[in-house]
Design a protein around this ligand. Sequence first.
Ligand SMILES: [Zn+2]
Length: 330
Amino acid sequence: MTCSPRDGDRRDCSLRHRRARQSRPGACRSSTRLNPPVAPPGAEQPDWRLGRTRRMGGLSSSEKMAEVFAYESSELDWCEDNYKHSDHVVEYFNTMSSFFFFIISPIMLYLLHPYAKERSLAIHMVWVMMIFVGLFSAYFHMTLSFVGQMLDELSILWVLAVGYSIWFPRKLFPSFIKDRSTFSRIVLAITVITSVSSFIKPTANAYALNCFGLHLLYTLVIEMRCCTDQKALHLAKLSVALWVLAISCWISDRFGCSFWQQLNFCYLHGIWHILIVMAVAYASTLVAYLDASYEIPYSLPGLQFWPCDKWAVGFPQIVLKGTDKTRKRC
Ligand SMILES: [Zn+2]
């Protein structure tokens, strides 16, 4: 059973879909996308490389292509009720919460600009790409399509790759890597291989991405072990607290859905979106601040909260206190 917006009543279709999944996990998607039809002996085979649309048994290549864009063609389905608020949006709250990326990203681009101007404008790639993460996340949750899932996951992978390339501390490079450009090339190669292999078992991708979070946490702990800067420590604690909250929401939505359905509160994945973008804002500023201390120490980097530094929370910002004079002297 494959539901798409072409179905007469999407809500009925969604309910049928969910019932089928509950009774026989994966049954809905056991259809054409996962198990391509086998051509009978002697039948004409499609030429995938040329994109021809010759028929074989069931689907032509163009129909297969259409299927990966179809609503609910992804294996993933989050806890939120499908089509609850709109016939065109599968998971309404999850879609809307993705737009939080569009609010936070421009603010972070603005706040990191003085540091990026001094260090490298390539740093802006992180938050420009975060806008695409939000866009693809909204598209994925709106359609739950296979293409949406892959775009969402791959955009996150590439943001991580850019973050690693720019900010991973030199002192933690493996001994055979001597400079950042070599490190970046290796990260690029690994990311390309990972992107291709993400199509092998797409359901495992989300778990693999969260493992990067664990590695980042480990790196942060190593970096902060001998840090005495109270503002940096405060920012580290906030980042970790937000990440723990975010990942708890993600896991709870994934594995405790029946419990949350009984409470009629199926919005934890949407809350994960909001918390994780805030965790990235805090953590990336902290990492950028440590990077500025190593790479451009003459600019005398400091941390502040925006819009008011006296508040315990707010958006973190790097201020460069170094004057032109100090830069010349250094
Ligand atoms: Zn999501």
